[in-house]
Design a protein around this ligand. Structure first.
Ligand SMILES: [Zn+2]
Length: 220
């Protein structure tokens, strides 16, 4: 019985709908913008995790300010590019920052149980997963399934911008892929959509430039 209750609580059977966060979506976004500015200018304050913070978060739990869906690319770790400390970001990383069931469930967990007021889908320049979808070559193993989730964004980009080629095409596809992940997220999570309507949560897209380190926030 105890096990059942624990599972029921975890999957939300006895939990309330998406709860209010202590800070607003705008305050959370400001915190990330300021962190990225510190990172870009070599003034990061969270370069290392100190033992005191590790102990505090272990004892008191995590209180992340944002849920991040980002790419697995080794050059884009969210905690570093947004200069946030231990326990401050709830991060979901998958190649090409796609949003299938496991990623969506993780995002819902971040919003519903950890009460992050902001969800950021972060793409990045020179993304290999999007590049694979643009190139359209043969892939092995499970990769066709993953890249197949990105292909609609590439097709849409090619239709919208028939003259774009090379980096121009790739960059436009990277942005379209971020927007597609947001769209997939909302289409498959009525609870998340409702939380946005209630202004409890905001979802924004962003592109991280891997050369200069800056983050471009996408307009809704
Ligand atoms: Zn990538």
């Amino acid at each position: 019985m105890r096990t059942f209750l624990a599972i029921a609580c975890l999957i939300g059977l006895s939990a309330p709908a998406f709860a209010e966060s202590a800070i607003s979506p705008a305050q959370a976004k400001k915190q990330l913008e300021q962190g990225n500015q510190r990172y870009m200018t070599g003034k990061s304050i969270h370069a290392r995790i100190d033992p005191v913070t590790r102990e505090r978060t272990a004892q008191q739990g995590q209180k992340p300010v944002a849920t991040i869906l980002g790419c697995s690319d080794a050059r884009v770790p969210p905690e570093i590019i947004f200069d946030q400390g231990f326990g401050e970001l709830f991060v979901v990383r998958v190649a090409g920052n796609v949003c299938s069931t496991a990623e969506l469930a993780s995002v819902e967990y971040g919003v519903k149980y950890l009460k992050t007021p902001l969800v950021v889908v972060v793409g990045h320049t020179k993304c290999g997963a999007v590049q694979a979808a643009v190139a359209g070559g043969e892939l092995k193993g499970s990769l066709p399934k993953l890249v197949g989730m990105i292909t609609p964004a590439v097709d849409e980009t090619k239709t919208k911008f028939p003259k774009k080629t090379g980096d121009d095409l790739l960059n436009a596809a990277i942005e379209a892929n971020v927007r597609k992940s947001i769209k997939d997220m909302l289409a498959n999570s009525p609870g998340l959509e409702q939380a946005i309507k209630n202004k409890q949560v905001e979802i924004v897209g962003a592109i991280r430039d891997i050369e200069h380190g800056g983050v471009k926030w996408l307009a809704p």
